[in-house]
Design a protein around this ligand. Structure first.
Ligand code: 0X9
Ligand code: ZN
Length: 300
């Protein structure tokens, strides 16, 4: 039985996904999008009531692109748990497919357990320093602003766009999977709901729509425990971050509704929210994720 009073290792996350596939074969499919640099399986779970004609819209959620942001995979797992195991949400999955990838940087994540709690990047080989900021490695306006070409930088964008197998896997999955209408990436920390663009202080054509839905997401979260988020474009609200996954999702994969959410911080460093707070954050954030998913039901 999964509980939300502790963080899980990558293998435990995958074991839970496998258990769900076994117990709920009619609603759950696992898709291995590829393997990490150190050959760990990157598994996405598709939660669906089954195929339909016309096909249902799908939403894609990832977490863990930054290794140390442990609350992000935990929130993704909670959403998976509720959507699959809580019968109350079965109607929800009749109208939209949820595809959730809870561990996008498994090598880095395991490294934060074993070696360095504050590791952020991937673990690919370098000449002076290891790894690359996977959230600077996507090939849309790559390296333009808010990324660094110094291998040792925390925001190193990589030797080239998509130099990392983890970002290649996500790129290829999004390209090969039809009907993904919404994309959302979970990070920590800072309590932000951010939408493109990240590469410069420019806004997409549908910025008003993204701002409006972003505020609805905030309102749903706030209603639970009073936690408030700042809603805006990444560059205007936080800082530029060229090569981020959200810019690729919109500009490369052609998805119109795209967010990244910076979850609440806690603990000593901000990334080490105590396990006792996982459930509070997961529960309130799930209300926001439901608003995000519901948007595509309403649209049809
Ligand atoms: O710097 C980042 O990549 C993100 N902040 S974090 O503290 N989690 O590292 C913000 C970037 C905005 N997010 C996306 N554009 N996906
Ligand atoms: Zn992050």
């Amino acid at each position: 039985r999964i509980t939300f009073d502790q963080y899980l290792r990558h293998d435990e996350i995958n074991a839970y996904l496998a258990e769900l596939a076994q117990n709920y074969p009619d609603n759950v499919t696992l898709e291995t999008i590829g393997q990490s640099y150190q050959k760990r399986d990157m598994i996405a779970i598709r939660i669906s009531s089954g195929p339909s004609d016309p096909p249902k819209p799908a939403v894609f959620i990832d977490a863990g692109i930054h290794a140390r942001e442990w609350i992000a995979p935990a929130v993704a797992l909670y959403a998976i748990n509720q959507l699959v195991e809580n019968p109350y949400y079965s109607l929800f999955t009749e109208h939209v497919d949820w595809i959730i990838l809870p561990s996008l940087n498994p090598d880095g994540y395991e490294y934060t357990w074993d070696e360095n709690r504050l590791w952020r990047k991937t673990l690919s080989n370098g000449t002076r320093c290891i790894g690359c900021d996977a959230n600077r490695n996507f090939g849309y306006h790559w390296m333009e602003d808010g990324a660094d070409d110094d291998e040792c930088s925390e925001i190193y964008g990589g030797k080239e766009a998509f130099s990392e197998v983890e970002t290649q896997n996500l790129r290829d999955y999004l390209a090969d999977t039809p009907n993904i209408k919404g994309y959302l990436s979970l990070h920590s920390f800072g309590q932000y709901v951010l939408y493109p663009w990240s590469y410069a202080d420019v806004l997409p054509d549908n910025a008003d729509e993204l701002q409006g839905l972003g505020e609805q997401i905030n309102n749903a979260i706030e209603a639970v425990n009073g936690t408030t988020y700042t809603v805006g474009s990444t560059t205007a609200t936080l800082y530029a971050a060229a090569g981020a996954s959200q810019d690729w999702a919109m500009g490369g994969a052609g998805i119109d509704i795209v967010y990244s959410i910076e979850l609440p911080g806690g603990g000593f460093f901000g990334f080490d929210l105590p396990p006792s707070e996982i459930e509070r954050v997961a529960l309130e954030t799930f209300e926001g994720l439901k608003v995000f998913g519901q948007y595509f039901v309403a649209q049809k």
